[in-house]
Design a protein around this ligand. Structure first.
Ligand code: 1Q0
Length: 214
């Protein structure tokens, strides 16, 4: 059932990541970005201390939505068609962040790295003990993924913000999928879809040597 306007349902967000992957193992940008929109909506509800994160995430989703609505929109249907189009047309700067508009490839790469954090974080919530601290799960997931790519000042701000996160049980409740037990079950069912999207994207970007785009 659809959640009411403004309400957050992790089930819907995860369903978006599920519908991303086609039979031909392509990742569709439409549902990928709506999954991100859902996550950002949730991030807003955690308070203004996370606004430096949501601003960046919104900016990146916006860049991609503009490509998806723009003149070349048929090239931005899937990650595969985007990579092929941008590389074939010299739109990806491999050396430096160019003065041109940001490429879809570099922008998706940032979201892709954040998806790894999400995967680790949700897995940590799922397998954590009832009394485990969300801030610790979040910090560990961040240090094992995104932190590598962030300068000291961002790492510091992120770590401070994580300390304000609600308890694991409160978190499982705001997922809006029923009891904490139901939330844990749902995470177990849904996480493989996020892993799948992550794995396909990682393989695609590795094959085209796009994993270090500036
Ligand atoms: C639950 C707490 C959420 C915490 C989010 C963790 C991520 C911290 C990331 C800090 C990013 C800082 C802002 C700037 C970074 C940019 O420099 C960087 C690189 O871009 P560029 O253009 O400078 O090369 N950008 C990024 O690395 C992208 C970061 C995007 C982060 C998007 C996070 C969205 C998170 C949503 C919350 C999901 C919670 C799901 C749990 C649901 C359970 C009810």
């Amino acid at each position: 059932m659809a959640a009411g306007q403004g309400a957050f349902s992790l089930r819907e967000v995860l369903a978006a990541f599920q519908t991303c992957v086609t039979e031909r193992r392509e990742v569709l940008l439409g549902p990928y970005l709506s999954g991100w929109r859902g996550l950002i909506r949730f991030l807003h509800s955690l308070g203004s201390i996370f606004s430096f994160v949501s601003k960046d995430a919104v900016a990146k989703v916006q860049i991609m939505e503009n490509y998806c609505r723009g003149e070349q929109r048929e090239k931005y249907v899937s990650l595969q068609s985007m990579v092929e189009y941008e590389l074939a047309n010299g739109l990806v700067d491999l050396q430096k962040r160019s003065g041109r508009p940001d490429s879809g490839c570099r922008t998706v790469l940032r979201l892709h790295r954040a998806l790894r954090w999400l995967q680790l974080f949700l897995e940590g919530l799922r397998t954590g003990r009832e009394d485990s601290r969300t801030s610790v799960i979040c910090t560990d997931s961040y240090n094992a993924s995104l932190a590598t790519y962030h300068p000291w000042v961002v790492r510091k701000a992120a770590t401070v913000a994580f300390c304000t996160l609600p308890s694991r049980n409160a978190f499982l409740e705001i997922m809006n999928v029923g009891t904490t037990e139901e939330a844990v079950t749902m995470l177990g069912e849904a996480l493989p879809y996020i892993c799948d999207v992550y794995g396909i994207t990682q393989e695609l970007f590795a094959r085209h040597k796009l994993l270090d785009l500036p």
